[in-house]
Design a protein around this ligand. Structure first.
Ligand code: WQD
Length: 340
């Protein structure tokens, strides 16, 4: 089967995608610099699929290392590019780290792909590119608004770099997947999200509060113009999201793409408020979560959920899991890593 490179393959979404690629019979090579992941994830992947991906620790910011890698792997048929920094708040404090780590690395990988006889590239993008979209649910034609953070800007610029490259490199085909909010963990609880330090995202903060690592969840604002006053997002199970990458890759490998560069929103199409996520957690765990209403968080959009028509009808992928399924898997994972 085709050999696929997964950069950032030991990360949250990357590791779940490696599992789904192996399940489909692909030969997988993982690159990760371990800056935001653990080598233990490799054994988690292997214990799920029974196969160990080839792994190379490599910093994609080092152009010589990138060139050396591709010299040794001329038979790569596709690349799924997750490797990037992704903390919105940190990107505001340290923009140059984000522009270097998220964009230089993308350019170096694309430079190598541009000289291969054929190459298929899947890019990890984000609904962040839409900012606060005017119309819900959000379609791929929604205007890309000026980014609210350097992180979001790196996703917008990244998409433009790929589009411009596909316009002039005939053998390069690419798809950007614009994720909504990935949550949950593999049902085996052998891999999942491993936030370093205090979680910035809602779901790991919920599970860590329930596990006793955090005293109380702060709900950032309940005075938004939404039914219950809290922000609305499209929370998608990470396994559903991982499967979308395999479908997108297969679309390119089989030549079914309609253009050299395509974008797809990857969400459930269902908007859930912060309070609804808390209620979902309480339903699936049987616990009562300790939370309080706190001031709004700077930069939060009021609501963002996907119009999934294009993903469902053109890409041929549809999310299968519910919010409860995802919250149940997140809690199972938290209990597993905390030995609860
Ligand atoms: C969700 C909702 C918060 C924490 C971010 C990135 C996005 C993507 C996913 C990378 C919001 C509320 C959160 C908390 C809370 N990451 N919240 N208390 O901000 O929608 O998206 O992560 O691609 O690019 O922007 O996700 O989980 O941080 O927040 O009330 O302790 O939960 O205000 O309404 P977000 P999130």
């Amino acid at each position: 089967m085709d050999k696929i490179l997964v950069t950032g393959g030991l990360g949250f979404i990357g590791s779940h995608t490696v599992v789904e690629l192996q399940n489909e019979g692909f030969e997988v090579v993982v690159i990760d610099d371990l800056s935001n992941s653990s080598i233990d994830v490799l054994s988690g992947i292997t214990s799920i699929t029974g196969k160990s991906p080839v792994f190379e620790i490599l910093d994609l910011k080092d152009i010589q290392k990138v060139q050396g890698f591709f010299k040794n792997h001329q038979d790569i048929k596709g690349v799924i590019h997750f490797a990037a920094s992704k903390a919105v708040g940190e990107s505001v404090q340290n923009p140059l780290k984000y522009y270097e780590n998220n964009l230089n690395t993308l350019v170096y990988v694309l430079q190598e792909l541009s000289v291969l006889p054929t190459s298929n590239f899947i890019f990890s993008s984000s609904c962040t590119v839409y900012g606060q979209a005017d119309v819900m649910p959000i379609t791929e034609n929604a205007p890309v608004k000026s980014a609210e953070s350097p992180y979001g800007n790196t996703k917008q610029i990244g998409e433009e770099i790929i589009q411009d490259t596909c316009n002039v490199v005939p053998n390069l085909k690419a798809i950007s997947l614009r994720y909504f909010n990935p949550i949950g963990a593999h049902p085996t609880a052998k891999i999942g999200e491993l936030p370093i330090g205090v979680p910035q995202n809602l779901v790991p903060f919920i599970t860590q509060t329930a596990a006793g690592l955090r005293d109380c969840l702060s709900v950032f604002g309940d005075d938004y113009p939404t039914p219950d006053g809290t922000c609305i997002r499209d929370y998608i199970h990470v396994v559903d999201l991982a499967k979308a990458h395999v479908v997108a890759l297969q679309r390119l490998l089989s030549g079914n793409n309609e253009a050299n560069y395509e974008t797809f929103n990857v969400g459930t199409g269902v908007g859930s408020s912060v309070l609804e996520v808390i209620q979902s957690f309480e339903r699936v765990s049987g616990l009562s979560l300790n939370y309080k209403i706190a001031p709004r968080r700077e930069g939060d959009v009021i609501q963002a959920y996907a119009n999934t028509t294009k993903a469902n009808n053109v890409l041929g992928w549809k999310a299968q899991s519910t919010l409860d399924d995802a919250m149940k898997s997140a809690w199972l994972w938290e209990k597993q890593i905390r030995n609860l």
